[in-house]
Design a protein around this ligand. Structure first.
Ligand code: M6R
Length: 369
């Protein structure tokens, strides 16, 4: 049932191009418009939404963090992303014009479920993004957008994450489309680019041998740090989470802009630092900032592992290890940038003799607090 792979996680990483394509299937019409009629919240209600709040846990929370960038950019609706376990014990300010998006692979995560109940009690509309048909979270929501990742068995989430991202982009673009924001042309071109992503994820998967080799060479390290900016920041958090749960290593993700506010003190000789570099095209200011961050940490002895767009010549001289990813619009980059981090964590876990599919102390679905 592992389809010839040693672990479910490897199989699920390999299934990502299909999972992404399946999640897009039937949701884009021939004219390149989104058709999400299955989201049973009428367009008239979506037009009135004044705030979006995303609640989720773990990896799904990282997908939600990325969604915030996309939603605010394409719709100009204020959006907050919050850990479900924090949200449910606060007194969040919500009303009938708030759209709450609950993201959950299993659809059974207790904190996320409680957060959505809390939101509905206050009159907010809840849209679930979920991978498990008929599970509790979609049943208790006003609407659901299913991810079509297929069953995810490994405890560490991989293909579910990529499809959660796709679903989040679809919701963001759909909200933009329904509300007719000034980004209309950009929305159409991003929808086209989304259709290319499955092929690009496949390209990334074909070039992973050097990443595996690198992971093996780091098996005896104690710490790996991860840095990112903008949508690369949640990707850094996700890379660190994968490493904690699979390799049982100390791993932390930081927003690169925070370096000087503390984390740079952690940089010492030969500490591996993975940096997610935004595209040099588009918002080039982001790119330039991160190149100087890389120079700063390298000058202090860090071993830089740089994930950058193919052909990014400005960053290459500062990379001790360069992992190239395909050219994508900035907001979509997490779909390709996360994949090497999954492979990296999986290989490190194997090299350290850990149980890949069933890491210690963890369960696939967290139905208790
Ligand atoms: O089923 P859910 O998406 O609600 O699960 C949320 C988290 O428990 C889950 O993403 C967890 O963080 C993963 N094991 C991470 O790989």
């Amino acid at each position: 049932e592992k389809g010839g792979y040693d672990y479910f996680m490897l199989k699920e990483i390999a299934e990502q191009p299909k999972a992404v394509a399946d999640t897009l299937l039937g949701r884009i019409d021939l004219a390149g418009n989104l058709c999400l009629d299955e989201v049973r919240i009428p367009a008239s209600v979506l037009r009135e939404v004044s705030k979006v709040v995303i609640v989720a846990c773990g990896t799904a929370y990282h997908a939600g963090m990325i969604a915030k960038y996309a939603i605010e950019h394409w719709t100009r609706i204020p959006c907050e992303t919050e850990l479900a376990s924090e949200f449910r014990y606060r007194d969040p300010i919500l009303d009938q014009r708030t759209l709450v998006i609950a993201i959950s692979q299993s659809g059974e995560t207790m904190d996320t479920l409680m957060a959505l109940r809390h939101a509905r009690e206050q009159g907010a509309k809840v849209l679930a993004i979920c991978n498990t048909n008929g599970s509790t979270i979609p049943r208790e929501s006003d609407a659901v957008l299913y991810t079509h990742a297929g069953p995810e068995v490994a405890v560490a989430s991989t293909k579910a994450f990529l499809t959660q991202l796709v679903a989040c982009y679809l919701v963001a673009l759909y909200l933009g489309q329904v509300r007719g924001t000034k980004w209309g042309d950009e929305i159409l071109s991003v929808i086209r680019e989304l259709s290319e992503i499955a092929t690009q994820v496949d390209e990334v998967l074909e070039t992973m041998e050097p990443v595996r080799e690198l992971a093996r060479s780091l098996a005896s390290k104690n710490t790996v740090l991860f840095l990112g900016r903008h949508v690369g920041f949640p990707v850094a958090l996700e890379g660190a989470l994968k490493l904690k749960e699979l390799a049982y290593m100390h791993a932390e993700g930081f927003a690169a802009g925070e370096l000087k506010h503390g984390p740079i003190a952690l940089i010492e000789q030969d500490v591996p630092v993975v940096v997610v570099v935004p595209s040099p095209r588009g918002r080039s200011v982001l790119h330039d900032k991160i190149v100087s961050n890389i120079q700063e940490i390298r000058a202090r002895g860090a071993r830089t592992i740089v994930i950058a767009e193919r052909g990014d010549e400005a960053v290459a001289p500062y990379a001790d290890h360069l992992i190239e990813i395909p050219v994508t619009p900035t907001l979509l980059q997490p779909l390709v940038a996360t994949v090497p981090l999954q492979v990296f964590a999986c290989e490190l876990a194997t090299a350290r003799g850990n149980e890949v599919d069933q890491p210690r102390n963890l369960a696939k679905s967290v139905t208790v607090e």
